[in-house]
Write a protein that binds this ligand. Structure first.
Ligand SMILES: Nc1ncnc2c1ncn2[C@@H]1O[C@H](COP(=O)(O)OP(=O)(O)OP(=O)(O)O)[C@@H](O)[C@H]1O
Length: 609
């Protein structure tokens, strides 16, 4: 990444700014290739118009007061310049907004595509990456302001040059004084903006936590617990503490800006006053004509206005560009895991092998696997069991390449999965995850996300096999019914359109989503029946047994009765395979598996005796 990941106040340097400006200009020009030149021409014309007006006014006044010369053509020119001065800003604003919208749209697409290109989960678990993503989204939303900044700088430079040139003709000394007074303003504003951007980055973790508490307090997932435990005020207190901490840093920055800007305003006013005094005196002594005085006043006002525009554009544009550095960092970030671009995942014929796999989630975290050796042979139903935290889900994540082993290899038919493009590997796998998603979309979409090419017949067949078809078909709009009430407002399909499913029904839907991925080489089932009632659980396991027959599958379950008919049961403990065999051989071995099985079976017997 181009910027560091720490949260201390840091200086945003010129290099990051240049990279950000280059990326922004490229994005803007690509997104609006026609509008940009039109915008530039109009900006140039818009800046030239007031200067032309000032010069034409001077000439008209001098001719009128001197009592000689024709002013008709000049008056016409003055009218044209006046019209341009009045009309162009609105047209420039429209073009600018149009460019901003196009660039913001293209930038948003690029940003999310970049996040999607991350192969695994590491980046998303990194708080600095999360902060950067949020700031980058903000940065891309504000691309229109960057366009404003560029327009402002261009317009400001042109106006400044024009008016300074005019002033130079009348008084080189005054030109020097106006410029000297302007210089500190530009430098101070630039420094202040950098400081503000650094401050914003340093308080982002407060905003992240505030957002987290806000979501907890207003979302539905925690609403029941928060009410029952009566912890709303406590969580609100924590949320407000985060906001107060952020506000304190913000206020310190505001005060600093107030002091600096107050001083600069006083300096500007003093320079303008001195200039006026000098011009009036010069006119009284005949060194300047009345037209010169008018021109002089217009030029001083013009220079100061141009400087104000320029300072605003430079500091505002710089602030937006610095915010845009987060966008640049995200789109240029390397993938969290190396990505093979060529190659293929061959159809599974032999099996999957974990060979001396060592893994931990971070250098400062304990090892989850310490030399794991394990094989999932082709065509076998393998069950994985182990106590909480033994690493079952982690094994699945490694197999799907959400992380890479710290040491060792995972082989897909003898080929290291790091040498296979991740999409190709994942295309050969279907899965129901322990923490499966409930998509707040229609029932059809919830299944179709398993395979976007599936026809309606295939979607329904998958739902039938997962035992959820009858429930979905009976919904108000059948499979088209949204499985959420979140989007009911503004949706003219009526208030009854959104439906909320039960936990077990969602689980069946996740199962249907996995089943619609037909003919995959490996089916992973991580606790596929934990939320189901006993009857449904039995039904699902019978179904899964049929589905697994002849295919390669990996089943994770704490219900040992569900894994007893697997071809091979693997018990994970202490980062390795502790026991391995069929249900019967493991029972006969009378080890940890046999103890756990008897414990569970005993519980059932007690309950029924
Ligand atoms: N994203 C993560 N970052 C850091 N540590 C993690 C992460 N996910 C899991 N762990 C840790 O890795 C270990 C193994 O977790 P894992 O979820 O694989 O166990 P499991 O066998 O699936 O447990 P359970 O039966 O409770 O589902 C645990 O100690 C857990 O705290």
């Amino acid at each position: 990444m181009t910027a560091p990941e720490d949260h201390g106040e840091r200086r945003f340097g010129a290099r990051a700014l240049r990279a950000s400006a280059a990326e922004a200009i490229a994005l803007i020009c690509r997104a609006a290739p026609v509008e940009v030149p039109v915008f530039l021409v109009m900006t140039v014309a818009g800046s030239a118009a007031p200067i032309a007006t000032a010069w034409l006014t001077k000439l008209v006044i001098d001719r009128l007061t001197g009592g000689h010369g024709e002013v008709g053509v000049l008056a016409l020119g003055l009218a044209a310049a006046g019209f341009a001065t009045a009309a162009l800003p609105a047209a420039v604003r429209y073009a600018r907004a149009q460019i901003g919208r196009a660039a913001s749209l293209a930038g948003t697409d690029r940003l999310f595509a970049a996040a999607e290109r991350q192969v695994g989960l590491r980046s998303f678990e990194d708080p600095a990456y999360q902060d950067r993503l949020r700031l980058a989204q903000d940065g891309v939303r504000r691309v229109p302001e960057i366009v404003d900044g560029f327009g402002g700088v261009l317009g400001g430079v042109l106006s400044l040059t024009g008016f300074l040139g005019s002033l130079l003709v009348l008084s080189p000394a005054m030109t020097g004084i106006v410029l000297a007074a302007a210089l500190p303003a530009i430098v101070a504003e630039t420094l202040l903006t950098r400081r503000r951007t650094a401050m914003e980055w340093s308080i982002e973790h407060h905003h992240r936590r505030e957002y987290f508490y806000g979501q907890l307090l207003t979302g539905t997932s925690a609403a029941t617990e928060i009410r029952l435990f009566g912890v709303g005020a406590f969580l609100r207190g924590r949320m407000m503490a985060e906001r107060r901490a952020a506000n304190a840093a913000d206020r310190r920055m505001d005060l600093r800006e107030l002091r600096t800007e107050g001083g600069l305003t006083a300096l500007g006013a003093a320079v303008a006053g001195a200039g006026l005094w000098w011009a009036v005196n010069a006119a009284r002594h005949g060194t300047l004509s009345v037209g010169d005085v008018a021109m002089f006043l217009a030029a001083v006002a013009g220079v100061q206005a141009a400087l104000a525009t320029l300072t605003n554009a430079v500091s505002g544009g710089q602030a937006r560009l610095l915010a845009f550095t987060h966008f640049v960092a995200v789109v240029r970030a390397p993938s969290d895991l190396p990505r093979a671009e060529t190659g293929d995942a061959p159809p599974l014929r032999r099996g999957i092998e974990f060979r001396d796999v060592w893994f931990r989630y971070g250098d400062d975290l304990p090892w989850v696997f310490t030399g794991l050796d394990l094989t999932i042979p082709h065509g076998h139903a393998v069950a994985l069991v182990g106590l909480n935290g033994a690493g079952k889900t982690t094994l699945v994540k490694l197999l799907c390449r959400m992380y890479d082993p710290t040491r060792g290899q995972i082989l897909w038919d003898g080929e290291d999965i790091r040498d296979i493009p991740p999409e190709k590997l994942r295309d050969r796998i279907s899965a129901v995850f322990q923490d499966h998603m409930n998509y707040e979309m229609s029932a059809r979409d919830n299944i179709a996300l398993g395979d976007l090419t599936a026809t309606d017949e295939r979607l329904e067949a998958a739902a039938r096999r997962a035992g959820v078809h009858d429930r979905l078909a009976a919904l108000p709009n059948g499979y088209a019914t949204p499985l959420t009430r979140m989007f009911a407002l503004g949706d003219d399909s009526g208030p009854a359109s959104g439906v909320v499913l039960s936990g077990g029904q969602w689980q069946r839907l996740a199962l249907a989503r996995a089943l619609v991925r037909e003919n995959r080489d490996l089916m992973i089932l991580d606790e596929p029946s934990s939320g189901l009632d006993p009857e449904a659980e039995h039904e699902v396991h019978t179904l899964m047994r049929e589905h697994r027959r002849g295919g390669t599958s990996l089943l994770i379950s704490h219900r040992l009765s569900a894994v007893r008919d697997a071809d091979r049961v693997i018990v994970l403990a202490d980062g390795r395979v502790a026991e391995e065999g069929t249900h019967d051989t493991l029972l006969a071995a009378d080890g940890g598996y046999a103890r756990l099985f008897r414990l569970q079976a005993g519980g059932y017997q007690e309950a029924t005796s």
